[in-house]
Structure formats: structure tokens, C-alpha cells
Design a protein around this ligand. Sequence first.
Ligand code: F6R
Length: 593
Amino acid sequence: MCGIVGYIGNRNAQPILLQSLERLEYRGYDSCGIAVLSSTVKVYKDAGRVYQLGKALPKNNSKLGIGHSRWATHGKPSKINAHPHTDCSGRIAVVHNGVIDNFQQIKDKLTEEGHLFCSETDTEVIPHLIESYYQGDLEQAVQRALGDLRGSYALIVLAADHEELLVARNESPLVLGVGDGENFVASDVPALLDYTDRVIYMEDGDVGVITADEIRLVNCNQKVNRETNVIPWTIDDAEKGGYDHFMLKEIHEQPRVIRDTVAGYLSEIEPVIDLGLERTQFEDILLLACGTSYHACLVGRYLLEKLARIPVRVEIASEFSYSDAVLGETWVIGITQSGETADLLGALKKAKQLGCRTLAITNCFGSSATRIADQTFYIRAQPEISVAATKSFVAQLMAMYLIALSEAKMDIKSREDLTRELSVLPDKVQRILDDEEQIARHGKYLSTYDNAFYIARGINFPMALEGALKLKEISYIHAEGYPAGELKHGPFALLTPNTPVIAIVAKDDTYEAMLTNIKEIKARESPVIAVADEADEDIDKFVDEVIRVPSVDSIFSPVVNSVVLQLLPYYAARERGCSIDMPRNLAKSVTVK
Ligand code: F6R
């Protein structure tokens, strides 16, 4: 996720910009750059890390500058695509977070007028647009340029002969840091905390002129006074947005992640999905992945078979090497959060060698999976720091819903109703997060046991696997996920009053069978916690405890259930004092076979 910083004051700007960018490194980035103003605007940028850029910079005594760390969206990670971007004359430099939806129209128009562009980015149109309106008054030129932009932006503008920074915000965060005889700008508070704890949060539509001694903000041409807040956190707290762990922060980001992933592919006007994928003929689908991503594939199989009536096979990527399966007109989809999992990359290569068309579903722009696969579908989880996958999993589920619904063979009304429901999922997930305390209590209870089972049927069976994986991974409690009907074929031997069972009970065609299985378990005196629909009035009679989730169409139940199945192990692990964000023996990106 991109980060932006700016400084104006009496100190040397360059080291401040570099240090502030380093404070934003936890967000993930692939390239970075700064622009400082001495007699002219000087831009230094490159692919790679901030410390590398810092080592390569000539000494400089400029007192104002801007900086950026880029997480590629438009165009690959490279020196040319890195920010800051400048106009033709090199006198106006801009750093930008967000997406300019109409950049291509603006670029075409400016190109006709003689502007030359060198990057693939949407951002580069901004300095050129400002240049085209500039007639001596920078603020006026920026205001006119903003009037032409559609989309989201947080931006800082620096221009030759101007002892000021221009800032603007629309749907991308921008914070001003208030100093004594100096002022700061950043996309996120951690970038400021080495220098000041006094911040002003800009609001959508705000445009500002920042000098060393003054912050002047306008909104709709009216002067506005925004409150100055004192930040009570340390830098460490701030990077985690006030949460105790990245995992908890990332769990809480899920309403936004769902919204962003869906918004990228769903029309704003009507319930129509456009994945932007080149469509080819296929007879069946093979889904490949590892770990949590494999569980997203299993949910995907239920969806594709149910909604699209397409035959689907799912394979653990590391096992696909040994498969002699004959693949005909098979569409092979590999799911990988990191895009770097060696087992998945090997499986994708094999599928290509077998002549199959391949799609990578990933969170990481330009990752190896995107280079191997014929096409890529980006989920929009933004960087995930905690080793345990949470928000990326929910985004992968959304990718599966979008693909299944776009392939759906059902009457138009049913398809549109389901498509519309995608947009209400963020609020349903938010309701679970607002009631987190009830789940925390059950998590603490689970922490006292050494073994647990997770059971479910149908589309939620993969959620039993995922719930158990999360519990093992971060709380080190041994857990197994089973199809509820399978427990009596062996694992029953392990049921005792010391073996809690988490039963995921959806209000669908699996309900009666789930109740039967729960009764069988209760007869063995194991404690049962149900994760159940809030409209289910009977479930309390059969189980010891119930965690309620908002009612959704049953095909979406894995989304709401997944949030509970992340928070339960989080609170169990916390109670046990585990290293939640970095569990022992695990790595975020598994690049070995
Ligand atoms: C579990 C987890 C892992 C990953 C697996 C695949 O929380 O994160 O099981 O899902 O290592 O990783 P990706 O999706 O990067 O291929």
C-alpha cells in the first residue's frame, strides 16, 4: 500500500523524508522516491527499499520536500513508475495515493496538446494537468486540476519557486503533522510520530497550502478549521493502528477489503460483474493452492458447481506434481496471497506445460505467480503483515464469489439478488466485529484445552478446516477440521469432556444433519460451541454455547463464519501468551518446496 510524506521547515528535509518513509515500510512497497526543492526541483527515485535510495542520494540541504513509497497498481514496479512524477518542465512534482479513474481520458487530451508521458501510472497526469493550468498561481492551478480528476487521491504538490506544499484529499487518507516552525504531511500517523504528536486529519474535499509557519485549508472554496489532535500512541502502536497485533488489525480491515475487492469488478449502476478477463472456452476447472488459500478453493468448488454448474477439481498444489490427471479444456486457477509460494508456482508451471489456460488470483502485484499465469485477478486486501492469513482469505473468497456469479447459470433475478448481496456483506462483517467481546470470551475458554475439533457440512466444511488451521497455527492448540458426518468414522475415539467441538451450523440443507451430529457428540460429553445464524432460535437447546452471526444467504455464510473462526484463535492465542503475528516455525511467504 503506498505511503506519502512531506516536510517544510528549517531542517534538512531529505533525512526526514527518508526516515518518515521507513516508518511506513510495514505497509509494504516495491519502489520509492523523493523530490526536494533547492534552486530547482530534484527528483530521486528507484525500485527497491528506502535505505538503498538513501545510500545513493547526494547530500542536500533543502528545507522542503515530498516522498513516496509505491505499491504498484498501474504499471509494474520500476524506477520510471515510482513517484514523484513531474510535468514536462520538471518544475512541478507530485506524490499520490489512490486511483485516478479517468486518467486515460486526461492523458489522451494532454498528449494531443503536446505533453509527453514516460510512465504507465495514473498519477503522472496530475503534474501535467497542473502545468496546463498554471499561470503563476499554483493554488489556483491545483484547484482547477482537481476539478478534472475523478477517483480517489491523497496528494502533495511541490513546485519550483514556491516555498509551500499543496495538499489535497479525496477518499484516501492524509494527515498533517503540526510542528514549531515546521510542518509535516503523511498518509499515515506513524510517519509523523518521530517529529510531532500533534496532527490534523484532512477530510474529503480538503485542499491545503502548507508553509513552515502556517496550515491553510479550504473545502469547496470555503476556509475550514480542522481540529488538532494529540496522538497518545507510540510508533509501534500506530503502525498497528492502535490494535495490539497486526492480525487483529487485519481482521478488522475486512469490511473494507470486501468492499474494495467487490468494487473493482462490480458495476456501480447495476448488479453486473465484469472481471475484465479474456474469455476462452473451457469444460472444467482445476483449482490449485496451499494452506488457507486451498480452503478458499474448496469454498470455490461449492460455488462454481452450485451456481455455474461447472465440474471443478481442487488439488493441494504440492500434490499436483504427482498427479497424472489428464487435463483437457481445463481452466486452471491458482490462488496465492503472496504470489510467491513455491509449491503453487510449480503447479502453475506444470498446468501450463500441459497446455491449460491459467489464472492467478493474488494480492501481490508483479509477483511470480502473475508472471507465470496467462491472466491475473487481483484481490484488494493490501499488504498483510501477520503470518496468519485473515483479510487475504476473505478477499480470496470474494474472488470466488465474483467468478462463480459471473459464470452463473441461473435465472437473471436470482443471480442479480445474489450479486446485490455482495454489497451488504461488509456491514454484516462489521456487526460481528462490533460484538467481538462475546467471541473473546469463547476464545479464552478454548485456550484452556489442548485439543479441539471443528465440524461443518457443505459449503462450510472448508471453514471447519480453516478454523482448525488457524487455531493450530497461532495458539498451538491441536485441532482438526472434519466434515460433521465423518467424525463417527474414527475420530469419535478421541471425544472426551476435554475435547471441545466447534460446530459451524448454517441454516441450509445441512441443518438437520448437523443437529444429529451434535447430539451424537453431546452423548460423548464433549462441550459444543455452535457458530450459528442469529435467526436460529433452536440451536441453544442442543449445544453448550452459541456464537451468533448475522443472517445472510447461506452461500455467503463462509464469509461471516470466517470472521468468528479468526477471532476465536486470536483470543485463545492471546490468553496463552503466544507470538501471534509471527508464530513459531512459520513464514509469511513459503518460497521453498
Ligand atoms: C495460514 C497461511 C498459509 C498460507 C499458505 C499459502 O494462515 O497463511 O497456510 O495460506 O502458505 O500461501 P499463499 O496464499 O501466499 O500461497
